[in-house]
Design a protein around this ligand. Structure first.
Ligand SMILES: [Zn+2]
Length: 310
């Protein structure tokens, strides 16, 4: 294949999966299994959702555990993903809030089964968010998924309050930061896009992992700079990469953090597959987890003071 780049250029490649807590359909699990066979060296950071254990999925606890485990591989990392679905919030012992909704009625097809999926975590109080984090960690770790080392908020909605709650609950790595332009592209004129701009105004394609300091907390941030396969296709990924590569000094590895959703793996994982095949052809791809990247980036990490109103 024709390569636009020097093949020795190194890429720190992070691949994360958002587990929405909505369904565990065999076709999506199968798509992930196939992908893992094809790219066995690519580690995954799984942002797992405890809501599978509180949802009515018509599956036994054993089946839920088996389906999730069937796509985990040695070297993967387990993080946490939270969408405050009603059944999950109730189970965590928190009083459910039905709004505000960041997608609203216009986008109901994304969250059809049960309400709460598009309520931002920051709609809850600091103590309530802590309770949901504690409950999630407890459920996941009890069922063999841990240790939980990192976090991504549903809809990337990790405001300062959410990050402070994470820090106090012992989660040191955060990965909700996203270039707001990517969110605006998929969900124009929504509260999701509006809030992504407010929370992540200083995040761009070029943003490397950094230490994120607020009045209340300090957390290591690993931006999801290349977005997720549902809205960053093969073609768009390489357009973004061209922009990113232009601005980088040749000696430095490129940090690329891309991902996909378990719930839509059967539809979109072929984009990840195509991207990886091309990247492996054009670059020296070094698959990395957040723990490994942290060792390098923490030493040279930029410290950014990120003040946010909520
Ligand atoms: Zn999600």
């Amino acid at each position: 294949m024709f390569s636009l780049y020097a093949s020795s250029k190194e890429i720190d490649f992070v691949l994360s999966v958002d587990w929405e807590g909505d369904s565990l359909s065999p076709e999506n699990i199968q798509a992930m299994q196939n992908f893992r066979e094809k790219h066995p060296e690519i580690k995954h950071v799984h942002f797992l959702n405890a809501a599978y254990f509180t949802a009515d999925l018509s599956l036994s606890k054993k089946q839920i555990i088996e389906r999730i485990q069937s796509v985990l591989r040695p070297g993967d990392e387990i993080g946490l993903h939270i969408h405050p679905w009603k059944h999950f919030v109730d189970a965590a012992g928190v009083v459910y809030r039905q709004g505000p909704r960041y997608l609203g009625e216009k986008y109901t097809h994304h969250f059809t089964k049960t309400p709460g999926g598009d309520v931002p975590l920051f709609a809850y109080s600091f103590d309530e968010i802590r309770k949901m984090i504690q409950y999630s960690k407890q459920i996941l770790e009890q069922n063999g998924f841990g240790p939980i080392t990192s976090f991504r908020a549903g809809g990337w909605m990790a405001s300062a309050k959410v990050r402070a709650a994470l820090a106090i609950e012992g989660i040191a790595f955060e990965s909700s930061a996203v270039p707001a332009q990517l969110v605006a592209q998929l969900y124009p004129k929504t509260l999701l896009s509006h809030w992504a701009k407010k929370i992540w105004s200083n995040i761009s394609l070029q943003t490397q992992p950094f230490q994120m300091i607020t009045k209340e907390s300090s957390i290591m941030q690993f931006p999801n700079n290349m977005g997720l396969a549902d809205y960053v296709s093969f073609e768009y990924f390489f357009k973004l990469l061209e922009i990113l590569n232009k601005d980088k000094k040749n000696s430095e590895p490129l940090y690329l953090h891309y991902g996909y959703h378990q719930e839509s793996a059967a539809i979109y994982i072929h984009e990840v597959d195509k991207i990886l095949s091309r990247l492996k052809n054009d670059f020296l791809v070094k698959p990395k987890g957040l723990l490994e990247l942290n060792q390098r980036y923490q030493k040279k990490a930029q410290i950014k003071l990120c003040l946010s109103l909520f």
